[in-house]
Design a protein around this ligand. Structure first.
Ligand SMILES: *Cc1c(COP(=O)(O)O)cnc(C)c1O
Length: 369
């Protein structure tokens, strides 16, 4: 049998292929379930922005045309929204695309990438494909950011440092003052990627924000996505804010038509849908309270969350997930270093109620053995 073992680039064999969980359809069939609720991917329980859906309808007749390769219209809208110049905006096929592009643009074999742990796995993926070394810096005992430890992990070989706030999968957030402190410690050659995928869900006054002050630092890249608050995960659109100089290099690596026509129009419309954003924010706030009450009653540890999900300590995360799945509730576990936890995305209040009822039964089963 032929094998490509000797032909693949070094480091490729270190990458674990992404294994998607069962789809809700497969789960329904496997366990003969009438109802399956999907609380495993931090999606928006209210669905896509209605304004985005209208824009999608209007665009469908144009699908024989290539998209605008530079996403100019969307970039102008984003620039207006953040009060930056359009040259400071890069749009990607999800923010995953942008993480990969930044990795491809900057990383050489042997370069170091500093990531908080536990955090979003795509940061490591970007490092692995470029044969860079990953340095994981643990979060503190309550999963809070330890910026001193992050600063100490940086060496002359460090090219990228990632921050995720609120952090996936812990829901904990980074303070703006800590981000500024960290930037003051870091040498000029370290690019700091601040992933703000969930920042729309927090109203903490001390949270890190990519305001003019932060973006004036040429080392800073801020990432945003339309997958979470705006409910467009299936379309794949995200964007980054950074200096025009930095994007000038990343643009050379980008595919010429990396964001499709429908996604560009839908994202631009979603950005203006303040009613959808407000309703989503309120639902997340109410869900936090619902889960926190449940945790109090059950005596469970719930990590205080600023995102649209919560990390609960149920004892055995993978087993909890399996038992919930049999009951039609999809959640996630199996994060490195978090064996005792499950991460549950907030649904509608009714879905949350259903989930917590089932979780209550699973906890009773655990207690009875
Ligand atoms: C979901 C998520 C994203 C968004 O990824 P997309 O590719 O834009 O869908 C980015 N960062 C984190 C931490 C996430 O959890």
């Amino acid at each position: 049998m032929t094998t490509f073992q000797n032909q693949v680039r070094p480091g490729i064999d270190r990458i674990q292929p992404y294994v998607p969980g069962l789809t809700d359809d497969e789960l329904r069939r496997r366990y003969g379930l009438k109802r399956v609720i999907k609380l495993n991917a931090n999606e928006n329980a209210l669905g896509p922005s209605p304004l985005a859906l209208e824009a999608i309808q209007r665009e469908l007749g144009q699908l024989h045309h290539y998209p605008d390769g530079g996403s100019q219209f969307l970039r102008d809208e984003i620039a207006g929204f953040h009060s930056v110049d359009a040259s400071q905006v890069l749009v990607g096929n999800g923010s995953d695309d942008i993480i990969k592009l930044i990795s491809e643009t900057f990383l050489n074999p042997g370069d170091e990438v500093v990531v908080p742990a536990p955090s979003f796995s795509q940061y490591q993926f970007g490092a692995f494909i470029m044969q860079a070394q990953v340095k994981e810096v643990p979060l503190g005992p309550g999963f809070e950011y330890d910026v001193k430890a992050l600063a100490e992990a940086v060496t002359p070989r460090t090219k990228l440092l990632y921050l995720c706030s609120p952090n996936n999968p812990t829901g904990t957030y980074l303070r703006h003052s800590d981000a500024l402190w960290l930037l003051r410690q870091l040498p000029e050659h370290v690019i700091v990627v601040v992933d703000l995928a969930y920042n729309d869900f927090t109203e903490r006054r001390d949270r890190v924000v990519d305001n003019a002050e932060l973006l004036s630092d040429p080392r800073v890249v801020a990432l945003h996505t339309f997958s979470k608050m705006y409910g467009l995960a299936g379309l794949r659109v995200g964007y980054g804010l950074a200096s025009a100089d930095l994007w000038g290099y990343v643009h050379r690596v980008r595919e010429p038509f990396n964001v499709n026509r429908v996604a560009q129009r839908a994202a631009a419309a979603a950005l203006k849908d303040s009613a959808h954003v407000e309703a989503s924010r309120q639902l997340v706030q109410a869900s936090r309270e619902q889960f926190s009450r449940f945790a109090d009653v059950e005596g469970l540890v719930a990590i205080p969350t600023e995102a649209n999900f919560v990390l609960l300590r149920t004892g055995d995360g993978v087993e909890t997930t399996r038992r919930l799945m049999e009951r039609g509730v999809m959640v996630r576990a199996g994060f490195a270093g978090l064996a005792e936890y499950v991460r549950i995305t907030f649904g509608t209040l009714e879905e949350n109620e259903f989930c917590l009822n089932e979780l209550g039964s699973v906890l009773k089963e655990f207690a009875s053995v």
